[in-house]
Design a protein around this ligand. Structure first.
Ligand code: NAD
Length: 253
């Protein structure tokens, strides 16, 4: 689309579907070579094939972000294939919910391992590679409105996303001296396979000025900027792509 990522090598986790898929498409359209990393191997490969059909460069890889060995291997694979790594987008996530009083350890650990531990190990492996290369890089992590406000049923999910917000700040501080900029995008209600209906639920619509679902490509546009060299003086921040949800106060009268 812009060519601003020409020559860059990127990894996007959870890139087979939804928001991650749109981010992979967008980074490739902007000129990056994209490793499509996902626990669903067939879907990852078919996303990579679609990108290639559209004229981009991509490769699929089965990665379970809950396993450190997998996140380290995905960095190794990108470097083996394309010689370097410039961009990591840590997007893979699950949205499992349960009321706080009933929440079991299995759900807590599953959500934390996917949504937070995977961001830690993937970010660490990518940053170590970028530090070794010596010319900086960009890390973009996908948080959520639920990491900024509390929300019913979201004890684990919200805590995992709030963890991403703070991890983004700490990584930004520690990696700045290496020219690695770390930011997050926090989507609001976005139309993917995990959401249903034509519009977000009334409880969300009641405090959303734009009053509609975001589309994955709209989240991808923000991520693509944060992944680019045009994002040069911004690090440690969280960009809410949420139709205004997190800033809404009185909506009527
Ligand atoms: N859709 C929304 O409204 C919304 C809102 C806020 C934040 N988010 C966040 O956006 C991200 C993408 O969500 P989505 O709505 O596109 O969901 P999705 O289910 O369509 O996509 C998630 C992707 O992650 C992959 N994945 C799941 N577990 C994995 C693992 N262990 N290792 C590797 N890949 C794994 C899935 O296979 C899938 O391709 C998530 O982090 C989610 O929390 C989504």
């Amino acid at each position: 689309m812009t060519g601003r990522l020409t020559g860059k090598v990127a990894i996007v986790t959870g890139a087979a579907h939804g928001i991650g898929g749109a981010i992979a498409d967008r980074l490739a359209a902007d000129g990056a070579k994209v490793l499509v990393a996902d626990i669903e191997e067939t879907a990852a490969n078919s996303r990579a094939d679609q990108i290639k059909t559209a004229g981009g460069e991509a490769m699929g890889l089965k990665v379970d972000v809950r396993a450190r060995g997998d996140t380290e291997a995905m960095v190794t694979r990108a470097v083996t294939e394309w010689g370097r790594l410039d961009i990591l987008v840590s997007n893979a996530g699950i949205t499992d919910r349960q009321p706080f009083l009933e929440m079991d350890d299995d759900l807590w650990h599953r959500v934390m391992a996917t949504n937070l531990y995977g961001v830690f190990t993937g970010g660490q492996a990518a940053a170590r590679q970028m530090v070794a290369q010596g010319d900086g890089g960009r890390i973009v992590q996908v948080a959520s409105n639920s990491g900024i406000f509390g929300g019913r049923g979201r004890a684990a999910y919200g805590a995992s996303k709030a963890g991403i917000v703070n991890l983004t700040q700490t990584m930004a501080i520690e990696l700045a001296e290496h020219g690695i900029l770390v930011n997050a995008v926090a989507p609001g209600a976005t139309r993917t396979r995990v959401t249903g209906g034509e519009f977000p639920p009334d409880t969300v619509m009641a405090r959303m000025p734009l009053r509609r679902f975001g589309e994955p490509a709209e989240i991808a546009a923000v991520a693509a900027f944060l992944a680019s060299d045009e994002c040069s003086f911004t690090t440690g921040h969280v960009f809410c792509a949420d139709g205004g949800f997190t800033v809404a106060g009185v909506m009527e009268g």
